[in-house]
Ligand binder design. Structure first.
Ligand SMILES: [Zn+2]
Length: 169
């Protein structure tokens, strides 16, 4: 199935580091537009190589992995937004479903055009159980859905907000 860009009003193929028409699962791009529709704030796909699709064998287990010869297309995209991290989180937790996207991560150790700026990852993997939700700081991954209390999540959102506020200073 091809991406119908009439349904993807806020993005164009050349905004992505890899060509989405060739390398992305359609759901990956539609998920991004759905998030954009709800968030109503600009979303910027990360310009880093591999932020949409990755081709090397060491990324074979990644949701970004793509091998068109096997009809495997990227299920994941990494992106930045002008929206506040807490409103973005609430948007993601409310949209998360098997129909739109199933997993997301918040990254505190990322930069866009030299500015320290929290990044989000969304992917449309197939999941039966709980959504997958994690954050990454200094290269270390922490899985939030395994925890019974919200203290870690609140700490992450506070830190992400602090970074977001300071990125323009
Ligand atoms: Zn990612």
């Amino acid at each position: 199935m091809d991406i119908d860009w009439n349904f993807v009003k806020n993005f164009s193929p050349d905004e992505f580091p890899e060509n989405p028409n060739k390398y992305a699962d359609v759901k990956t791009i539609y998920a991004l537009q759905t998030i954009r529709n709800v968030l109503k704030k600009p979303i910027y796909p990360s310009p880093e190589d591999g932020a949409l699709a990755r081709f090397d064998a060491e990324n074979e287990s990644s949701q970004h992995y793509c091998d068109p010869s096997q009809e495997i297309y990227s299920k994941a995209c990494d992106w930045f937004t002008e929206a506040w991290p807490d409103e973005t989180f609430i948007c993601l937790i409310s949209l998360r479903s098997k129909y739109i996207f199933n997993a997301f991560g918040i990254y505190l150790d990322t930069y866009l055009y030299g500015k320290h700026w929290p990044m989000f990852h969304t992917d449309t993997r197939t999941l039966d159980g709980l959504p997958l939700m994690w954050f990454r700081d200094e290269g270390q991954y922490y899985y939030i859905q395994d925890r019974r209390d919200f203290s870690l999540l609140i700490t992450v959102l506070k830190e992400a907000t602090f970074i977001h506020v300071n990125k323009n200073q």
